[in-house]
Design a protein around this ligand. Sequence first.
Ligand code: AMP
Length: 606
Amino acid sequence: MERVIGIDLGTTNSVVAYFEQGQPVVIHNAEGSKLTPSVVFYKSPNEVIVGDLAKRNLVLYPKQVIRSVKRFMGARYSELGAKLQGIAYDVVEGPDDSVLIDVGWDRVSPEQVSAEILKKMKSSAEEFFGEPVEQAVITVPAYFNDNQRSATKRAGERAGLNVLRIINEPTAAALAYGIDRNVQQAVVVFDFGGGTTDVTILEIDKDVIEVRSTRGDTFLGGDNIDEILTKFLVERFYADTGVDLAADPVTYQRVREVAEKVKCELSTTVESVASIPFVAVAPNGAPLHLHYAVSREELENLIEPLLPRLIECCRIALDDAKLTRTDIANVLLVGGSTRIPAVAKALAKFFGREPSRILNPDEAVAMGAAIQGSIITGTLREVLLLDVTPLSLGIETEGGLFTPLIPRNSSIPVAVHKQFTTVRDNQTSVKIHVLQGERRIAAENHSLGWFRLTGITPAPKEIPCIDVCFQIDANGFLHVSATEVTSGVSNSITIESFTSVDPEQAERMAAEAQAAAEEDRVFMRRVSLEKQGASLVDEFESLIADNEKPLDPMTVQGLREAIFRFEVAKASKKLDEIERAVDGLQEYARILGDRLLAKRIESLEE
Ligand code: AMP
């Protein structure tokens, strides 16, 4: 199976993940970081740099370093409006009202810029695996329209990727958080990233994840907090020294970088220090250092005015989805800025429940995309799409009956043992035919495979004990083994695709089985009567052949006639005839004494 990567192509950062051994894993880039800034530096006509290094050139080359290009994906130039806010590079009109970015010697489309970011993500994965990677699932915000989605797909193709699917970021997050898709529920995905806030309400019902509403603020993210804290530091420095650090863009950017660092530290500590040695020079020529302790409380006071905007997004999303706060079963956090304790606290207060924070909020979306990749390629279908068995699993037993071992809708992993025996004397092999379905007639169900257990110790029929085990592991593989208990001989089979039945198909098969219940009942009754009859016939034959205690000729003739009637009835396959013939045999059984043991366990054909 070809490898599939999941890419979260973010406004601020991008992340790439893959799925292995039941887990989504985030891949580090060449710089050793899991987050790659979605920043592209057009350094020269033949040199394009992406990521951390590009970000570091933001201040020096404002016209050539492109950030937040996601805002322009699939957009029309005439409708840009507020999207241009805070953009330092030149956005110009292209053909047919399209958007182009002028980097000096060239005009590039947002798609081309995104393709550069995706190329970087692809190459991080290739370096990690040491081989080419082409298949990808890419995520987009839930509110992206067709144009924006197509532009993202084309960007992927430009980067040399085969884009298997474009999926919604909140859906990916829900997959990563392992939301139980069998439980009908509404969840909120709260994505508070670097540049934007997106609140999405998802409705989950029987494997379908549906976006009920989505509400965003495209100008509210961690960047705003960095800006607020930077201004706070700059003002304080000015008050203390009379030097304005905002006067020089390079210096201002240095303060901003430190502010971001302090902000991030304050998510886990209650105090941090903003420190930049030699940040400026005093009028008297003395070097000036910026060195301020900042407490979490101070930061919380600074960002307090932003919190109502976040909550307002949630309120509107709920209204749009026609839901109330109490309808929400889970609040999932996505985006680096949700690490800020005050944000999680505000959400907890509004929704009346603690948000889920088991995942790394800036990795969840890429992880979900990797999970979706495995679902598409089938690697994960069993675990994620179906964590229960869609149909019963069992084997064919004597007379073409289906004997289930694992009933439908059983949770997996699961292991079940059941004992069987042989049909004939000295039978040394049995066929284990594995099937899936709801009919009692084996031939009406799906055959999944079979194997033969040979080397059974010769013994009279019904004496050997054959233990059949059905085990479904966490990866959704079905292992079937058969062991003869006395000799220990064993054989097995592994079936990897038993769950490749979609839920609808499974429902249909179950409904068909219900409709055919009467047919199945007749079939089972016939098999059971034939079995009883055959067993009596065997007993009678041995009594007839017993020379030591011979039967009287009249009884022998009566038995032969009863046996003959049974064989004829069996050939007719008519239930009433078989019933009568078996009644006839049983009449003789009563005459001959109750020497005939009823079979207690089911037998397997050779
Ligand atoms: P994202 O768009 O999800 O990559 O989020 C990026 C934003 O998350 C940036 O503004 C980061 O500064 C912010 N961020 C990352 N880690 C933290 C943290 N520990 N505390 C606060 N903000 C953070």
